[in-house]
Write a protein of this length. Structure first.
Length: 398
C-alpha cells in the first residue's frame, strides 16, 4: 500500500473534463481530449464488479477515489495487467478486494473508511502478495500492507519477520486497543495507525528506525510512546492531536531526538515535533528552532504564554490549535506564513503580533478565536476570507 500522508480533502476526487456519460455496465465517466476515459462513479446494480480498464471502448486513464463510494458493491475484482489502483474511499458495503497475480509490490490500493471490508485477497498464485486471515502481506512476509477495518480486531500481534508496516496499514481500525510489534521491525509508514481511536499503547521495538508522518493521528487514547535509540527519522504530525497528549520519552542513547522541558526536538534543536507536557502554563521554545511541526502544541490546554525564538521560520498547520488558555502570541520576523488552523479554537487569545515578513494567512488560521479583537497585518499580506470567523475583529494594515 503506497505511503501517503496527504489529507483526504486535498486529494482530487476526479478531474474536470468533458460531459459525463454512462457506460452500458454502469460506469459514469468523462473523456479527455486524447480519448482516454476518467471514471467518476459506478451506478450499476452488481454486487461483484470488475475494476474498469476500459469503458465503451475507451481505455481508462483515471479512476476517482470516490468511484465506489456509497454503492452496494460487495466485491471488487482487479483484473490482470492493472498497474495503478486508485485509493478506495467510503465503499461502505465492500467486503472483499481480489488482487491480480501480477500486481507489483507497493501497488495495492489505499483504503479509507471501508468499514465492512474483511479481506484483501491475494491468490496462492500471486507473485508479490499473500493474504493471512484477511490481512494483506508481501509474499515473503516482510511487509504488512493492510488490516481491513471489517475484521473489527481489538488486539493484534504483528507476525515475526515483518520489517515494515506500510502506510495506512491499520488506518481506521477503530476497535483496535492493543498492538504487539515484532523484534526486527524497522519502519512504520505514514498514517499506519491513523484513526485507531481506541488504541491504548504501542511498545516500539528497539530495531525501529523510521516513524512516518501522521502515524498516530487520531489515536486519542494513546497513553505513552517511547522512542527507541535506533529511530533516525520521524515524519511530520506523527503524534496524536487530541486533548489527551500521550507521555513521550526518548531513549537517552538516541542520537537524533531528545526531550527537553517536555518538548520533543531533534538533536540539533532546529525542529520541534511535539510538546507532551499538558500541565505547562508557559513555554519558551529554544533558540535555534526553525520549524514547529503541525499540531505540535495542539491540546496543551494549560498553556497561557508561548515565547517563540527569533530563529523560527515555519509554523506547521494546527500547531497551536485548541490551546484554549493561550492569551497572546508574538510571531518572530522570518515567519512568512500563518498556516491553516494554526491558532484555531484558541478561545482566550486576545493579542497577536505579526511581523512584516508575513505574506499570507491561510484558511482558518485564527478560526474560533472569539476573544481576539485586533490583529495588525502587514499591508501586502494575503488574508484568506476564512482566516477569521469573529466578525468583531479589527484588522489593521501596517
Amino acid at each position: 500500500m503506497p505511503e501517503s500522508n496527504m489529507p483526504l480533502r486535498n486529494i482530487p476526487l476526479h478531474p474536470n473534463n468533458s460531459a459525463r456519460q454512462t457506460s452500458a455496465d454502469g460506469f459514469v465517466y468523462t473523456l479527455r481530449p486524447d480519448g482516454a476515459a476518467c471514471v467518476l462513479s459506478y451506478r450499476g446494480g452488481a454486487r461483484s464488479v470488475v475494476y474498469p480498464t476500459a469503458v465503451d471502448g475507451h481505455p481508462v486513464s483515471h479512476v476517482s477515489m470516490a468511484a465506489f463510494s456509497m454503492t452496494g458493491i460487495e466485491e471488487l475484482i482487479i483484473p490482470e495487467g492493472v498497474e495503478e489502483i486508485a485509493p478506495i474511499l467510503m465503499a461502505y458495503e465492500l467486503r472483499r478486494i481480489v488482487l491480480p497475480d501480477d500486481l507489483e509490490p507497493g501497488r495495492a490500493p489505499m483504503i479509507f473508511r471501508c468499514r465492512r471490508l474483511e479481506e484483501i485477497r491475494a491468490r496462492a498464485s500471486s507473485l508479490h502478495y499473500a493474504t493471512v486471515g484477511g490481512v494483506l502481506f508481501s509474499r515473503d512476509g516482510t511487509v504488512l500492507y493492510c488490516v481491513p477495518q471489517g475484521l473489527k480486531l481489538t488486539e493484534y500481534t504483528v507476525p515475526a519477520g515483518v520489517c515494515e508496516i506500510a502506510g495506512s496499514a491499520f488506518g481506521g481500525c477503530a476497535s483496535l486497543r492493543q498492538i504487539q510489534l515484532p523484534a526486527g521491525l524497522r519502519c512504520i509508514g505514514d498514517g499506519a495507525f491513523q484513526d485507531c481511536a481506541d488504541l491504548l499503547s504501542a511498545d516500539l521495538p528497539d530495531s525501529l528506525e523510521h516513524i512516518g508522518a501522521c502515524v498516530w493521528s487520531g489515536c486519542g487514547k494513546l497513553e505513552h510512546l517511547h522512542i527507541p535509540a535506533a529511530v533516525r527519522t520521524i515524519g511530520a504530525d506523527a503524534f496524536p492531536q487530541a486533548d489527551a497528549v500521550p507521555e513521550i520519552t526518548v531513549d537517552p542513547e538516541n542520537r537524533h531526538f531528545i526531550m527537553r522541558e517536555g518538548m520533543l526536538l531533534d538533536r540539533e534543536l532546529t525542529r520541534l515535533l511535539r510538546c507532551a507536557r499538558q500541565d505547562r502554563t508557559e513555554v519558551q521554545v529554544p533558540e535555534g528552532v526553525e520549524e514547529i511541526d503541525p499540531h505540535a502544541f495542539s491540546g496543551c490546554l494549560s498553556l497561557r504564554r508561548i515565547t517563540l525564538p527569533d530563529s523560527l521560520k515555519r509554523i506547521g498547520e494546527g500547531a497551536f490549535a485548541g490551546c484554549t488558555a493561550l492569551e497572546s502570541a508574538e510571531i518572530p520576523a522570518g515567519v512568512q506564513e500563518i498556516p491553516a488552523d494554526a491558532f484555531a479554537r484558541c478561545v482566550s487569545l486576545r493579542e497577536v503580533r505579526l511581523p512584516a515578513s508575513v505574506k499570507r494567512l491561510q484558511p482558518f488560521s485564527f478560526w474560533g478565536c472569539r476573544s481576539l479583537r485586533r490583529v495588525d497585518v502587514p499591508e501586502d499580506a494575503d488574508i484568506d476570507d476564512d482566516a477569521f470567523d469573529n466578525r468583531e475583529i479589527e484588522i489593521l494594515r501596517i
